[in-house]
Design a protein around this ligand. Structure first.
Ligand code: CO
Length: 170
């Protein structure tokens, strides 16, 4: 399992809901956790490993030892949102790129866990931001789509570098 970087078209592939998750799904989720920690990320969405499934993982501490902060979200949805907050975001699919993105400050969400049980939760702060960033991945919305015109000019070199580094497979 490897990180898929922009502009790989797998980041733009349509994602499918995961019903009745099995051991194979749970193993892939565990592999996503490993890769997220290795890459020093706080979130990782399935399309970022070339898996077109509506799944993402996060740990807002970025620390493998902080297991209570580790969560996997299957078929996630935002039910309610409140407030707006602007803050910096990076993405493992855009190494070296950080831009300010406006997000809801508070969200009420629903999702399934890796056993297939449904939950609702309320998130704020960094976890709310990570959730919204990762949910964007499942809807094929990337940092490059959240950039203002000024961001595109400011980060043109970084985007050009990613374009040049990308080698299509096959
Ligand atoms: Co990302």
């Amino acid at each position: 399992m490897n990180i898929v970087r922009y502009p790989d078209p797998r980041l733009m592939a349509r994602t499918l809901a995961v019903k009745d998750p099995d051991d194979e799904v749970r193993q892939k989720i565990n592999a996503m956790y490993d890769l997220m920690y290795e890459e020093q990320g706080v979130g990782l969405a399935a399309p970022q490993v070339g898996w077109s499934a509506r799944i993402f993982v996060m740990n807002s501490t970025g620390d493998r030892e902080q297991k209570e902060a580790q969560r996997a979200f299957l078929n996630p949805r935002i039910r309610k949102r409140r407030g707006r907050v602007i803050g910096p975001e990076g993405c493992l699919s855009f190494p070296g790129l950080f831009i300010d993105v406006e997000r809801a400050a508070w969200i009420q969400v629903e999702f399934d866990d890796p056993e297939g049980t449904s939950h609702t939760a309320e998130l704020d702060g960094f976890e709310a931001r990570i959730f919204q960033h990762e949910l964007d991945h499942l809807d094929n919305v990337l940092l490059v789509h959240r950039m203002s015109q000024a961001d595109r000019i400011r980060h043109r070199d970084a985007l050009d570098r990613l374009q040049r580094a990308y080698e299509p497979i096959g």
